[in-house]
Ligand binder design. Structure first.
Ligand code: C2E
Ligand code: MG
Ligand code: MG
Ligand code: MG
Length: 281
């Protein structure tokens, strides 16, 4: 009857919520098995020195091929891995595997690896990095870890100390997705970053939003005075490349040059680059 319809609607939402939670729980269980089952793979996306036009680094990007559901995006499974703490083990696999791969590259190419705030806080991060470098033979100065502003929120003293320990290994530290979090330009002075990666949302806005232009200009200016390099993320068009170059970004990363690709395809890209090192895009 009419009386029951409100309740029915409520139950409908409740059931939907239950279904969503069940789906998430199922994914979580599958994620627990993914590492052992060998369902993860790393892809690599080049970062290009804008002035010279050569690949200066490659970022390792994690891919999960689910046995039934196919490819699942990191934006979906990384948050689950973080909430469950699985990211620590997964992240360890990422560092180890990526270092082994990067040790095969030319000595001019740096490896960039994303580190989740949860993994950053774990006790053994410094040890894992040390072991991965030793086992692979990758020189420390060719490893760059990418962290986000989220790590700067808590325990500033401890965070500073750990960043210092990592720097002491000789590796580089990049601030990823700059501008999307709790950005404070003050962080740039406090923490020993080597690179600022300007989030793709600002690059998207460059052609028609004067605000984005002002922000990118401010960041490159400041980064320059702190001797940090700047990477423009998500560069998709020649127009955007021209603008970020004009605004003083030192590096670009984006579909204009290349999407993330398998280790094998990356090797082909390196070969092509060797033949004609100055061809842009
Ligand atoms: P991120 O670290 O900012 O990585 C860059 C993301 O932007 C990648 O998405 C890349 O494919 C995408 N991208 C690059 N160029 C373009 C472009 O021109 N246009 C557009 N639309 N997108 C572009 P992906 O691989 O889906 O990764 C998403 C996020 O997941 C990463 O953002 C990172 O935060 C996280 N992630 C990926 N792999 C790992 C990992 O191994 N460990 C951790 N902790 N996080 C990871
Ligand atoms: Mg990144
Ligand atoms: Mg990023
Ligand atoms: Mg991102």
């Amino acid at each position: 009857g009419a009386k029951g319809s409100g309740r029915g609607t409520y139950r409908f939402f409740e059931e939907q919520m239950d279904a969503r939670m069940a789906a998430r729980h199922a994914l979580e269980l599958d994620l627990r098995k993914a590492l052992v089952n060998g369902e993860f793979e790393l892809q690599f996306q080049p970062l290009v020195n804008i002035e010279r036009g050569n690949i200066c680094a490659c970022e390792a990007l994690l891919r999960w091929t689910h046995p039934k559901r196919g490819t699942i995006n990191p934006d979906v499974f990384i948050p689950i891995a973080e909430e469950t703490g699985l990211i620590t083990r997964i992240g360890e696999w990422v560092i180890r595997t990526a270092c082994m791969e990067a040790a095969k590259w030319s000595s001019e190419v740096t490896l960039a690896v994303n580190i989740s705030p949860v993994q950053f806080r774990s006790q053994n991060l410094v040890q894992i990095v040390t072991h991965s470098l030793a086992a692979s033979g990758l020189p420390a100065e060719r490893l760059e870890i990418e962290i986000t502003e989220a790590i700067l929120l808590d325990q500033t003293e401890l965070t500073l100390e750990k960043l210092g320990q990592l720097k002491a290994l000789g590796i580089r530290i990049a601030m990823d997705d700059f501008g999307t979090g709790y950005s404070s330009l003050g962080y740039l002075q406090k923490f020993p970053f080597d690179k600022i990666k300007i989030d793709g949302s600002f690059i998207k806005g460059l052609s028609d939003q004067t605000e984005s232009t002002a922000i990118v200009r401010a960041v490159t200016g400041l980064a320059g005075s702190f001797r940090m390099t700047t990477t423009a993320e998500g560069v998709e068009t020649k127009e955007q490349l021209d603008i970020v170059k004009e605004l003083g970004c030192t590096e670009m990363q984006g579909f204009l040059f290349s999407k993330a690709c398998s280790a094998a395809d990356l090797a082909k890209l390196f070969k092509a680059q060797k033949k004609s090192p100055h061809t842009e895009s």
